[in-house]
Design a protein around this ligand. Structure first.
Ligand code: S3P
Length: 448
């Protein structure tokens, strides 16, 4: 697959005990939304702690193409001078969202109710992912789409000149689809209603309220019912982006499986719609504690402390927890390899349409490193080999997927033999400081 320049293999060798503080970058989901909502507010939104990974930088460029002024002050501090709801200009070039499903789907939503025409593309991974899940509800607002077979990018959307608000029951558990519909609803007159049967990450709802939109959330027999009143004037915000729990997962899991480790991961967002991995690890017997719990920027935050945990046991992960840890199953499957007994992960069909088919990608790589994996369409299981039982020694394909690449780097830290991925480049999409951060804790990573 192409998309991130010449592939650069990366190898993880058995690590020293991992120790110290792991300051992981800002939350990817909140970073995208800060830029997009900032662009739709009137005036200057100030953002600190923005994730400066490729995915988010592509969204920043897109907001500039829509007419917002986006200023990088350095050190994760950014300003967005927004053009207001309904104020987007028509970009004069194709919007390239790189590897980012969140970027492209949210941006499609926010432009779909403006009278502009936009063509979207991405890398080989993104251009293979399903977009009909977003363009179907956007059509209900009056937007028109022409894309490739199977609803794939590149794709052109003609925004609705006279949008009508919609009521939409999201058919798959997806925060991206929910958010695209809400962002489209911003420029439709009247009330847009989104119903989700399973709760997914709720950053859009929280941030829309923060920006001054009228939005309510009610639990009903149908599920979570979110009602947004269209055409508000969004007020610019000062946003401190919490550190990303999905990135924290890597040093946390690495510490749990690497003998002698004791790592503190400070200031991690623990929004309940995101924190499922940490509860699952605790259920497996991990020595993982939440220290100094507090609230920052409207999100619950704590410092995570992870220590080497040689007595972890495989469990059946509750399927109802899937949405709150959907991005963490790859690295969980690595931890499961070092536990004793079987870990069963069910209700996870969505993993098949992420940056890669994550069940397939992990199953192949785990097997290449001596781990037994079974899989079905919406489940997979890993047979744990115990704390020092994983042979390693395999080379895995990362399939242009940052989380696959990082998961196998974590595996190599505690496996008997080094673990290699064919391409470490995708890591920069979400965790550009992965290599220095992990090396600083005691990891031994090499490139080439
Ligand atoms: C995200 C939602 C999830 C997640 C992705 C980020 C978001 O995708 O996998 O990494 O920021 O809304 P889905 O909405 O497809 O589940």
């Amino acid at each position: 697959m192409s998309g991130h320049g010449t592939p650069i293999p990366m190898t993880s060798h058995r690590a020293e005990p991992l120790t110290g503080r792991a300051k992981v970058p800002g939350d990817k989901s909140i970073s995208h939304r800060s830029l997009i909502l900032g662009a739709m507010a009137v005036g200057e939104t100030k953002i600190s702690g923005l994730l400066e990974g490729d995915d988010v930088l592509d969204t920043a460029k897109a907001m500039q193409a829509f007419g917002a002024e986006v200023v990088n002050h350095g050190g994760g501090n950014w300003s967005v001078f927004g053009v207001g709801v309904g104020g987007f200009a028509e970009p004069d070039h194709v919007i390239d969202c790189g590897n980012s499903g969140t970027g492209v789907r949210l941006i499609m939503g926010c432009m779909a109710t403006s009278p502009i025409t936009v063509t979207f593309t991405g890398d080989a991974s993104l251009n293979g992912r399903p977009m009909a899940r977003v363009t179907d509800p956007l059509a209900l607002f009056g937007a028109k789409t022409v894309g490739r077979k199977g609803g794939r990018l590149p794709m052109t959307i003609v925004g609705a000149a006279e949008p009508t608000p919609v009521r939409y029951v999201v058919p798959v558990p997806s925060a991206q689809v929910k958010s695209a519909v809400l962002l489209a609803g911003l420029n439709a007159p009247g009330k847009t209603v989104v119903v989700e049967k399973e709760a997914t990450r709720d950053h859009s709802e929280r941030m829309l309220a923060g920006f001054g939109a009228e939005i309510t959330v009610e639990d009903s027999d149908e599920g979570r019912v979110i009602t947004l009143t269209g055409q508000p004037e969004l007020k610019p915000q000062v946003i401190a982006v919490p550190r990303d729990p999905s990135s924290a997962a890597f040093p946390v899991c690495a510490a749990l499986i690497t003998p002698g480790s004791d790592v503190l991961v400070p200031g991690i967002g623990l929004n309940p719609t995101r924190a499922g991995l940490f509860y699952t690890l605790q259920d497996m017997g991990a020595d993982l504690t939440f220290e100094n719990p507090r609230e920052e920027g409207g999100e619950p935050v704590a410092d995570l402390r992870a220590k080497y945990s040689p007595n972890m046991k495989g469990i059946a992960v509750p399927p109802e927890r899937a949405a709150s840890m959907i991005d963490e199953y790859p690295v969980l499957s690595v931890v499961a390899s070092f536990a004793s007994g079987k870990t069963m992960m069910a209700g996870v069909k969505e993993l098949r349409v992420k940056e890669s088919d994550r069940i397939d990608a992990m199953a192949r790589g785990l097997r290449a490193n001596g781990v037994t994996v079974a899989e079905g369409e919406d489940w997979w299981s890993v047979d744990g080999l115990g704390p020092d039982g994983v042979p390693g020694g395999g080379t895995c394909e990362s399939f242009l997927d940052h989380r696959i690449a990082m998961s196998f780097m974590v595996m190599g830290m505690a496996a008997q033999n080094p673990v290699t991925v064919d391409d470490g480049n995708p890591i920069t999409t979400s965790f550009p400081i992965f290599e220095p951060l992990m090396t600083g804790l005691g990891a031994k990573l090499s490139k080439g």
